[in-house]
Design a protein around this ligand. Structure first.
Ligand SMILES: NC(=O)c1ccc[n+]([C@@H]2O[C@H](COP(=O)([O-])OP(=O)(O)OC[C@H]3O[C@@H](n4cnc5c(N)ncnc54)[C@H](O)[C@@H]3O)[C@@H](O)[C@H]2O)c1
Length: 358
């Protein structure tokens, strides 16, 4: 082996990711991850940007999300299958790669199902720091599935949200979410409708999963001054807010060419004015202006957030054991002798056993 460091790729499994989060502490993890996201949003213009590449089917979507800052390249594979939970599967699963642009060699392979929930929550909280009413302490969460607790934890860690009002069409989901979050010190109320959930909330998070247009919030439900963190609508044909709410709000987005395809604003004219969040974060645009303004973060999830998350994990696993060393890249002593390496291997291995079907 010529250079063990370059052909062995660190791999963060689900088990190791959980160990890392527990080791760091979930709130600290979210705060540090938010810092990496903010750092990358500050240097937004240097990134290669493209809407994600989506392959739709009647049951869901599979997407690839690439980006590069010129030194590092990252991509995430992610799916969205709202019906999966009916047969015991996750709606969203993901994994990702960080690579060195100079050599093209991967530097990290990581599970990203847990990491996506963390980065989505950290991103929502970063946006809310600029958009939510000052001193907000109560958040409604509509949709109490896999992402919901992560959202709550990020809003606790970054904004000091302490009171939660939950609603889900599936009551056991709200009960599970409430139990998990009460254990983290939240004051939680389970509500019987979206309307009841948002009654006293200054922040409204919608994080439901449905393949078609849904109307989780109607115009008459939403009063002045709230911040809406709209997370669940993230695909063509999949929205959560009534169009009239958008017409009364100031809308903030990640990357407009992607959000116009996938976000709540797919319901609006293609040139409807929106503000790019990176401009708010970097100080070039204003976030919340006054206490009566309704703000919407039309979250769809953009590749740069995953890049930030992978960068954070790469830095965080250094000097820990929370990864495996993956023999991912063929690396013969003489780079052109790939075939010779195979021949030498053949000479040293016992005959292969018959294949066992996967
Ligand atoms: N914006 C982003 O960056 C981002 C990232 C990850 C996931 N998502 C999206 O967030 C959504 C939720 O993901 P998840 O992993 O938590 O899914 P999940 O399937 O685990 O949970 C979704 C929950 O929504 C509930 N629900 C469905 N329709 C509802 C309605 N009308 N009113 C109230 N509750 C309703 C379901 O009962 C379920 O409990 C998905 O649509 C996913 O694609 C977005």
């Amino acid at each position: 082996m010529k250079n063990p460091a370059s052909n062995i790729v660190p791999f963060v499994s689900v088990d190791h990711m959980m160990s890392l989060v527990v080791h760091v502490g979930i709130e600290r993890f979210l705060v540090e991850l938010a810092g990496y996201i903010e750092e990358d949003f500050h240097r937004w213009p240097v990134f290669d940007k493209t809407p994600r590449v989506a392959s739709h089917s009647s049951s869901g979507v599979i997407e690839l999300m690439p980006t590069s800052d010129g030194k590092l390249y990252g991509f995430k594979y992610v799916n969205g299958h709202p019906l999966n939970r009916h047969n015991g599967r996750q709606t969203v699963t993901a994994f990702g790669v960080l690579a060195d642009v100079g050599s093209g060699y991967p530097m990290l392979l990581a599970e990203m199902t847990i990491l996506t929930a963390l980065r989505t929550a950290a991103m929502s909280a970063v946006a809310a720091r600029h958009l939510a009413p000052a001193g907000a302490s109560c958040m409604a969460i509509i949709g109490n599935g896999a992402q919901s607790e992560f959202q709550a934890m990020a809003f606790k860690a970054l904004l000091g949200i302490s009171e939660l009002r939950l609603f889900d069409i599936d009551a056991p989901a709200s009960r599970r979410c409430a139990a998990n979050l009460r254990a983290h010190g939240f004051d939680v109320t389970i509500c019987r409708s979206s309307q009841e959930a948002i009654e006293t909330a200054q922040v409204i998070t919608t994080v439901t999963a449905d393949k078609q247009h849904a109307t989780i919030l109607t115009d008459n439900m939403v009063g002045a001054g709230v911040h809406i963190n709209a997370v669940g609508g993230d695909c063509p044909g999949k929205t959560e807010l009534h169009r009239d709410i958008l017409m009364r709000s100031d809308i903030f987005v990640e990357y407009p060419p992607q959000t116009r395809i996938e976000g709540e604003i797919q319901q609006l004219a293609p040139d409807y004015p929106v503000t790019e969040l990176w401009q708010v974060i970097s100080g070039a645009a204003v976030g919340r202006r006054d206490e009566r303004q309704i703000t919407v973060f039309d979250s769809v999830g953009f590749a740069i957030e995953d890049f930030s998350a992978l960068r954070y994990v790469r830095d965080r696993i250094r000097s820990t054991d929370f990864y495996d060393r993956l023999d991912l890249l063929a690396d013969p002593d003489e780079p052109r002798d790939l075939f010779g390496m195979l021949l030498r291997h053949e000479g040293t291995r016992p005959a292969a056993k018959p294949n066992v079907p996967l």
